[in-house]
Design a protein around this ligand. Structure first.
Ligand code: B12
Length: 135
């Protein structure tokens, strides 16, 4: 059973998606550690290390993830997280931006899968495929 740490990053209090993600992941057979809203990058990484999670799945709804996630690459270097799959989704910018610009930016921060305004079930299908290919 894959373990997933999830939550909403930064000073973001949009909670509805977080609840749906928790329920959907459980329904798909994942073991979920949900840190809820208002979670910092460091809190996510601590939880991943503590639970030995396979996946970190971050949401951003107010669009401010960019500022919070920039240092992910450096934080990843501090721990051995090479086997962890990093996923982010929701609204990944403030206002309008092109998905062709958003995805490479988050990839460069260290995310394997980036879902800007992508429907939850399609994103989770992609995650499951990614994990299967990795096995
Ligand atoms: C309800 C709401 C609020 C409520 C939140 C209550 C609560 N505690 O949850 C309140 C009124 C508090 C609020 C506040 C604000 N909000 Co608001 N809010 C909304 C609103 C109307 C609905 C959000 C919602 O619950 N949708 C239902 C859920 C199920 O859908 P969802 O959040 O989109 O999530 C889905 C997808 O995003 C996706 N998804 C999410 N995460 C992930 C992760 C992965 C991996 C994948 C694959 C998919 C995925 O799957 C989810 C399920 O389908 C949206 C507009 C809208 N119609 O979406 C604005 C919206 C999110 N809010 C917005 C803003 C700007 C704010 C404020 C900054 C406003 C302000 N000036 O104060 C504050 C921010 C507060 C904060 N600190 O975060 C903007 C964000 C714009 C942006 N990113 O550019 C939106 C889009 C409105 C808009 N069009 O401008 N908000």
């Amino acid at each position: 059973m894959y373990k997933v740490v999830t939550g909403v990053i930064g000073n973001d209090i949009h909670v509805v998606a977080n609840r749906l993600i928790d329920i959907s992941l459980q329904a798909r057979g994942f073991r979920v550690f949900n840190l809820g809203v208002n979670t910092s990058l460091r809190e996510f990484i601590d939880a991943v290390v503590e639970t030995k999670a396979d996946v970190l799945l971050i949401s951003s709804l107010n669009g401010e993830a960019e500022g919070w996630c920039r240092e992910l690459k450096f934080v990843k270097d501090e721990y051995d997280l090479s086997n962890v799959v990093f996923v982010i989704g929701g609204n990944l910018c403030v206002g309008e931006a092109k998905v062709e610009d958003i995805v490479p930016k988050y990839n460069s921060y260290g995310f394997d899968l980036v879902f800007h305004q992508v429907d939850l079930n399609s994103g989770l299908d992609r995650l499951e495929m990614f994990l299967k290919e990795k096995e």
